[in-house]
Write a protein that binds this ligand. Structure first.
Ligand code: ZN
Length: 260
């Protein structure tokens, strides 16, 4: 079992590298394929031995070997994020999950794993784009809402069809209303379109309660960490902090610790 999990962890670390590239290139509208990994500063090609997930960044002390400019800490962070979350999902779906619907049906376990795998990969990519550029491309959110609803319809995920449908609709609508109210009182945009779309995706995979729970947990953690960040950096309250990563954190917490 340990061997299988270690192997899975390594695979999902490498997959995290892929998600890094995917997210970065989509966020900055770059070409997706036909180009090897390169440094964003000097465009130098990164050789395979300097491109090993997690370890290379640590060995190179977060700097490009050619131009010595810093390489974003988002790279090892996203790799580790993918490694941990996907391995836990794998473990959860194939061994621990004794949900009556899954027992004795490997096909459903595989289908369930793949559905959630798409969901978590999207959350990881959304986290990276929101940290890096304060936007969340729709391809990581709205485009995948039908997959959530369809998976629920097929019985692959742990919520029912209507729960998924209303989770998506309420997720979007709830933040939309909050954003309008916020704007009415402060005359500022507090909630981005990307956050609404992200919560719609979370609702489509976790249902109405899961969506609501993710929002509450995300807001509480966001308020605390955001407050600490502003305090340390001594910035004023107008500084922008991405909200998406906190919604993602809330959703992951809900999936692994609350939902049965
Ligand atoms: Zn470089």
């Amino acid at each position: 079992m340990i061997f299988v999990l270690t192997f899975a962890f390594v695979i999902f670390l490498c997959f995290g590298s892929f998600l890094n590239v995917l997210s970065h290139r989509i966020t900055f509208d770059k070409k997706l394929f036909f180009k090897r990994s390169h440094c964003p500063h000097c465009s130098g090609i990164i050789s395979w031995y300097n491109n090993i997930p997690l370890f290379s960044w640590v060995f190179l002390k977060g700097k490009c070997k050619k131009c010595n400019k810093p390489i974003s800490i988002l790279y090892p962070f996203i790799e580790l994020f993918s490694g941990v979350v996907h391995t836990y999902l794998f473990f959860n779906e194939f061994t621990f999950d004794l949900h009556p619907r899954f027992v004795g049906s490997l096909n459903i376990a595989v289908g369930s794993f793949l559905s959630y795998f798409v969901f978590f990969s999207a959350l990881i990519c959304a986290t990276r784009s929101d940290f890096e550029r304060m936007v969340i491309p729709q391809i990581f959110t709205l485009w995948l809402v039908p997959i959530g609803i369809f998976s629920a319809y097929l019985g692959l995920i742990k919520i029912l069809f209507y729960d998924s449908l209303f989770g998506a609709i309420f997720g979007y609508a709830f933040l939309w209303v909050v954003g309008k109210v916020f704007k009415f009182f402060t005359k500022k945009d507090g909630i981005g379109e990307g956050d609404m779309e992200l919560l719609a995706l979370i609702g489509s995979f976790l249902g109405v309660f899961g969506m609501y729970f993710s929002l509450m947990i995300g807001s509480v953690i966001g308020l605390i960490l955001g407050g600490v960040y502003l305090f340390i950096k001594n910035k004023n309250r107008n500084s922008k902090i991405p909200f998406g990563p906190f919604l993602v954190l809330g959703a992951i917490f809900y999936f692994f610790f609350i939902q049965i």
